[in-house]
Design a protein around this ligand. Sequence first.
Ligand SMILES: Nc1ncnc2c1ncn2[C@@H]1O[C@H](COP(=O)(O)OP(=O)(O)OP(=O)(O)O)[C@@H](O)[C@H]1O
Length: 316
Amino acid sequence: MVVRHYLGYGGDGTLVGVSGSGDAVVLRGVRKRYGDVTAVAGVDLTIAAGEVVALLGPNGAGKSTTVDIMVGLRAPDAGEVSLYGMAPRRALDEGRVGAVLQAGALLPNATVGELLRAIAALQPHPLPVAEVAAAAGVSELLRRRTDRLSGGQQQRVRFALALVGDPSLLVLDEPTAGLDVAARRDFWAGVRRYAGQGRTVLFSTHYLEEADEVADRIVLIDRGRVVADGPTTAIRAMGSARQVRCTLPDADPDALRDLPGVSSVEVHGAAVVLRSNDSDATLRALLAAYPLAHDVEVNAAALTDAFLELTGAEAH
Ligand SMILES: Nc1ncnc2c1ncn2[C@@H]1O[C@H](COP(=O)(O)OP(=O)(O)OP(=O)(O)O)[C@@H](O)[C@H]1O
């Protein structure tokens, strides 16, 4: 078995060594159907210890099913899953994995502190509750009842519950769905602190900005398959590299589409947006053919473009 060593920064800024044996996650040929619906159509995925990976895809892409299979909540119809070389259930029992899955209710009639202590007592190597509460940003909530929390507070409590077993791998299924911008920012700040200790994080999302800001690798999933997998910067570059915008009255979309490098054309009145794989060539040809074009701008294409292009999805 391969043994790798990773370096990361501890929460207090000190350099810490985290050693892990083998890969954190290995999925091989995983498939799952629900009746006639193929939710996961053969997913292969290996995540090395220390990676922060976003599983990104549109609604119904198969993200939750993949995550549920990964943490042993569902059995695949075919394929193999291992976490640290073990069956998922065993890795969970050993406290190697913490998960925040799609909204299950928190135990009612208990305070956050009571709930955290109860779950900590079940863990083979729990962290001190005060430490976990601070890491997840719930120190102020320990005496609050779980049924009196806002959505963002509830998610931070779920995050604390996932951390209390001191897991090496954290799996988060759309953890910020339904949260406002401030609550999302707070949640990801906690996840970044955890990831900064050299631990492994896999989260699913359909928020492109979250994948872009939080993950160092994106696995793009669509209709149950991995359609792209690579560093965030590389995934972004897979879309049309640039947008060329200009103002051009009476533009003919078909003629614009014939310009060199152009992969798509949008015309809204006099506003023209070209997507181009070679913006220099596009720009030269545009200005030569249309001297009246003005207010010309060239922008890096957003990750959204790469995403839509690769999945053929409609804009959300
Ligand atoms: N329990 C179930 N029974 C039947 N079909 C299901 C079930 N769970 C999911 N599906 C279907 O499987 C497909 C994949 O669903 P899944 O929830 O894994 O996707 P997702 O990418 O997580 O979507 P979302 O972003 O909307 O949560 C969808 O077509 C969905 O309708």
